[in-house]
Design a binder for this molecule. Structure first.
Ligand code: DGL
Length: 290
């Protein structure tokens, strides 16, 4: 079988990774995407590295049945805390994330010798130091302002958007010190945040470069597939037919909220109960002779 026509597996804790799916569908019009949203165990942003690595390992293991040609951790928290470990465990399957592409774009967004770069993300992503390392590795004189913004994900998951007064109030509070420090660049370090880009733009002003890690991630995947000669050789139909989703809980809620992220209506995804993910871990042990 021609590996070029195998799907891309996109993994997120819930719905936020759909911003990456949207960018991938736009950038790579021949590709099929299998999406896995771990909605039963969301949020990842408050969990420890060990737990997130365990969850992501289970999902990649489960996803191997689809023979993905590329795996994307479309979650900043998972990218920050689980990417190097998963690459080691599942080599040679290419696994990429959103932190490196976002940091690369942030570092290249301005010619100012000592730019002030803000990053907003979940608590776990900020605590990991992944963005600080990735940006300073490219722009060691950049001044970084890193802020966790934990209220934004639940607000977006509730369906609140840029014109919602609560969203605007939260953004003004969260971004205050960045505005005081006159940031030049702001990284949206969580896959949910592009949905609030309009309100974020209003708060930070037109002079700030806003980096959307979903868009940068799609560019990165496109470049890697091209280098590996793995672009799909067939055109696989309209966006809806190129996308198949699985969730660990509440498929109907996912189907209701997904169009906000994707821009098109989806069928209810298939459910994979977390027990299935745990069972696949113990099955090999059960097969051992007594
Ligand atoms: N998708 C996650 C991220 O990009 C945020 C949601 C969560 O906390 O699970 O960091």
């Amino acid at each position: 079988m021609d590996a070029r026509n195998n799907p891309i597996l996109v993994i997120d804790s819930g719905l936020g990774g759909l911003t990456v799916v949207r960018a991938l569908l736009n950038r790579l019009p021949g590709e099929r995407i299998i999406y896995f949203g771990d909605t039963a165990r969301l949020p990842y942003g408050t969990k420890t590295p060990e737990t997130i690595q365990h969850y992501i390992h289970q999902i990649v293991q489960w996803g191997l049945r689809h023979q993905p040609k590329h795996v994307v951790l479309a979650c900043n928290t998972a990218s920050a805390l689980a990417l190097p470990v998963m690459r080691g465990r599942f080599s040679p399957i290419p696994i990429t994330g959103v932190v490196e592409p976002g940091a690369r774009a942030a570092a290249g967004a301005t010619n100012i010798p000592e730019p002030v770069i803000g990053v907003i993300a979940t608590e776990a992503t900020i605590r990991s130091g992944a963005y600080a390392r990735a940006i300073h590795g490219r722009r060691h004189r950049a001044k970084l302002i890193l802020t966790s913004t934990p209220l934004l994900v639940p607000m977006i998951e509730e369906g609140r958007s840029s014109d919602d007064p609560l969203v605007q109030l939260a953004l003004k509070q969260y971004l205050k010190s960045m505005i005081d420090h006159k940031i030049d660049v702001l990284v949206l370090g969580c896959t949910h945040y592009p949905l609030l880009k309009k309100a974020i733009r209003t708060v930070v002003g037109p002079q700030v470069s806003i980096i959307d890690s979903a868009y940068q991630c799609a560019e990165d995947v496109a470049a890697r597939l091209s280098r590996a000669n793995l672009w799909a050789s067939l055109r696989s139909g309209d966006d809806r037919n190129r996308f198949l989703a699985y969730v660990t809980d509440d498929p109907d809620r996912f189907a209701k909220l997904a169009p906000r992220f994707l821009g098109f209506v989806v069928d209810s995804p298939l459910r994979v109960a977390p027990e299935v993910l745990y069972q696949q871990e113990i099955r090999p042990a059960m097969c051992q002779p007594a």
